[in-house]
Design a protein around this ligand. Structure first.
Ligand code: UD1
Length: 431
């Protein structure tokens, strides 16, 4: 298993480029199941979750080509023949977002069999709202042997009100509704930029979706969708992670190729903390020469402060003057990084969904364990300012969602290396 070895103390200087958003790429790849024609996607990040999705679609009979060389961030998916509309446990267990194929498969094939994702390191993460919504669209759902099976002659438009805001739930049902007969109105939808990116792709494919970017989506179902070409939006969480890295290390870092309007909640909070930021639409320059002071955050659905940036913010809070309180509202068990930060010398107290961080703790290098994707990012950040050499184990978590993070960080002055087995080359099998 790969590990990162990071020697702290270097300020990050220069320019780092942001990749395409994993969380937009995943539903957009699933959307290709809705048509017989090829869908071409650009700015696809080279991360393990994308490789898992490629395998998932290939196992169903879709042709998925990943570009090489200069076209390496491009993928072409043709789901003309779908021999087996099924997502196996083997793949779903490694990536919960695999459930995104449920809606498109049942809409296109009239049948889908998808493994239940099971527990997840950051909480229970059920898919009851996906299932309830599909039932409202007329699918008959059964659950057996750990699988959800959905069947229908054709889905029928309906009014769906989400009990709780869910990102992949909104995306799953949005895809299903595009091929349903009649009109679907979905209320209390997630408004994340990744949902809007998917909706934009679907409209290019011939769907009729109104209300994009709002909490009410209105979908006029169509008989068929066609192929399309689409460029995935930049990854706002990767961008945010680098912005915090620049601030934390007292660097002068230009985070290029992001969409700064997706980063408002984070940038506002960082300004409150005292970070100097200049943003100009598609890049953010962060200057870490100001003293940092603690601030409170509460994670919320977009446009609030993202839960996917909570762990990284905690690493920053350990180095700010005074006390910061973090309230995690989205997932019930998302403070696993705190235990590891404590081992590096941080002063953090957890009570239920609230973490209280007393800042200005000198961090010292330790052997630590990555427990989930964003927790790993927080440990990388802490290691960049820790005294000595930190070893982070289980970096496969970070490989799920960050493209070449060690190369990108090394390019701006960090001392980071990967040891152990290397990531498999694209298109080859991976564990
Ligand atoms: C997506 C993101 C993930 C991010 C999360 C919240 C992808 C691939 N992943 O995850 O990075 O952390 O949004 O911004 O886009 N819930 C239910 N029933 C359901 C579905 C969700 O109760 O059927 C609950 C969840 O347990 C959680 C909350 O709703 O407490 C939000 O979850 P959701 O928005 O669905 O997260 P994901 O879509 O899995």
């Amino acid at each position: 298993m790969d590990k990162f070895v990071i020697r702290g103390g270097n300020p990050l200087l220069g320019t780092v480029h942001v990749s395409g958003a994993k969380n937009a790429a995943l539903p957009c790849i699933a959307a290709a199941l809705l048509t017989e024609d090829p869908v071409i996607l650009e700015n696809i990040p080279q991360v393990r979750d994308i490789e898992t999705t490629r395998k998932l679609l290939s196992a169903m009979g879709a042709e998925v080509e990943l570009g090489y060389g200069r076209a390496q961030h491009r993928t072409s998916i043709c789901a003309k023949k779908l021999a087996s509309p099924e997502a196996s446990y083997e793949l779903v267990k490694t990536m919960r977002a695999s459930t995104l194929v449920l809606g498109p498969l049942v809409a296109r094939c009239g049948h889908a069999r998808v493994s239940l994702p099971g527990g997840c390191a950051i909480g229970a993460r059920p898919i009851d709202l996906h299932i309830k919504g599909l039932e409202q669209l007329g699918a008959k759902i059964t659950q057996e042997h750990g699988y959800v099976e959905a069947r229908t002659d054709r889905l029928k438009g309906a009014e769906i009100v989400f009990d709780k805001i869910t990102v992949t739930g909104t995306e799953d049902l949005l895809m299903a509704a595009t091929l349903a007969e009649g009109v679907t109105v979905m209320r209390n939808c997630a408004r994340e930029p990744e949902v809007s990116d998917l909706a934009d792709l679907l409209n290019k494919m011939g769907a009729k979706i109104d209300g994009i970017g709002t909490s009410t989506l209105r979908i006029q179902g169509v008989e068929k969708l066609r192929g399309a070409k689409h460029r995935i939006i930049p990854d706002r969480i990767e961008a945010g992670t680098f912005i915090i890295a620049g601030a934390l290390t007292g660097g002068d870092l230009n985070v290029a190729g992001c969409d700064t309007k997706h980063l408002d909640a984070l940038l506002d909070k960082l300004r409150e903390v005292g970070v100097k930021i200049v943003s100009n639409g598609n890049s953010v320059r962060v200057m870490g020469d100001n003293p940092l002071k603690g601030a409170d955050i509460t994670t919320e659905e977009y446009p609030g402060f993202p839960t996917d940036m909570q762990a990284q913010f905690m690493a920053l809070a350990t180095q700010a003057e005074g006390t910061s309180v973090i309230t995690e509202n989205i997932f019930e068990n998302r403070f696993m990084h705190a235990q590891e930060l404590l081992r590096m010398g941080a002063n953090i107290k957890i009570e239920g969904r609230r973490a209280t961080i007393k800042g200005k703790s000198p961090l010292s290098a330790a052997a630590v364990l990555a427990s989930d994707l964003r927790a790993s990012a927080s440990l990388v950040l802490a290691a960049l300012v820790a005294d000595g050499e930190t070893i982070i184990d289980r970096v496969y978590h970070i490989d799920r969602g960050y493209e070449n993070i060690e190369e990108k960080l090394r390019g701006v002055g960090a001392q980071i290396k990967r040891i152990g087995e290397m990531l498999p080359k694209r298109g080859t099998a991976s564990a």
